[in-house]
Design a binder for this molecule. Structure first.
Ligand SMILES: NC(=O)c1ccc[n+]([C@@H]2O[C@H](COP(=O)([O-])OP(=O)(O)OC[C@H]3O[C@@H](n4cnc5c(N)ncnc54)[C@H](OP(=O)(O)O)[C@@H]3O)[C@@H](O)[C@H]2O)c1
Length: 223
């Protein structure tokens, strides 16, 4: 479902339709680093994670169709944008650029960590239900940022893409534009995931009487 993003990204990056020289910037450049971050994320999400995750519960056919279209458009736009040689051109020597790259990696580690907590919870609840001859069910996730929010995997994913978008803005001419593909990507992720997190949090509170009262939906202490 996620594969179109890296494939379309690589296709338009290689094609470089917006590059004045007709080729993408070198990989040893700020734009090249950002290309690497995007591809690392999708290597994990599209190739590694499906190998070790249990089968997902069935969803409506419209979900993978929308995801496919979204990934195709998003990957193509970002690949085109980063091939333009105009992204973060002077950022290499700026500590802010590397700090935002650091936030990307912190977000990625947090995202994978909390996804893995959910995956093991799913395995355990399914195993326990099967042993009792019951239908599989969901449990209360615990550990890490689950102490504070119901969807730390989403929160950490947003941190990743905030780091990515901010890093792509370092070194831009002043005032920097926040209407670029990395920012549109971040905004679209938040728009898709926020309602899911808020309704999922409501579901947890309704379903489990002992659900931790202090836990927020997706932003620690706030929402
Ligand atoms: N959903 C989106 O719109 C979206 C968009 C962009 C990125 N992502 C990223 O994709 C990754 C997965 O997110 P997701 O929303 O697709 O899945 P998710 O709801 O976080 O669920 C992931 C896995 O954990 C299981 N699970 C979740 N809550 C559980 C609970 N309380 N008890 C037992 N098992 C539980 C799910 O089982 P079932 O399959 O049985 O439900 C599934 O196997 C995250 O890293 C997220 O940041 C998601």
């Amino acid at each position: 479902m996620e594969m179109p993003a890296p494939l379309c990204f690589l296709y338009t990056w290689t094609l470089s339709p917006l590059s004045k020289t007709g080729s993408p910037p070198p990989l040893k450049s700020p734009a090249g680093i950002l290309v690497g971050l995007f591809l690392i994320h999708y290597f994990h999400r599209a190739i590694l994670q499906p190998l070790y995750s249990p089968r997902r519960s069935p969803s409506h056919i419209i979900v993978p169709i929308i995801a496919f279209v979204y990934q195709t458009v998003n990957g193509s736009l970002l690949g085109c944008y980063f091939s333009s040689r105009e992204v973060a051109t002077d950022a290499w020597d700026q500590p802010a650029f590397w700090a935002w790259v650091g936030l990307f990696f912190a977000g990625m580690v947090g995202n994978i960590y909390h996804d893995n907590l959910l995956i093991s919870l799913r395995r355990n609840t399914h195993r326990a239900a099967k042993a009792k001859g019951e239908k599989p069910h969901y449990g209360i996730p615990r550990g890490g940022l689950f102490a504070l929010i119901s969807y730390p995997n989403y929160f950490c994913e947003w941190l990743e893409w905030v780091g990515f978008a901010m890093a792509s803005t370092v070194g831009s001419p002043f005032p920097p534009s926040y209407v670029t593909p990395p920012w549109v990507f971040l905004l679209s992720e938040v728009c898709v995931m926020l309602p899911r997190a808020v309704s999922g949090h409501g579901w947890y509170k309704q379903k489990f009487e002992d659900y931790p009262k202090e836990r927020k939906a997706v932003i620690p202490f706030l929402l």
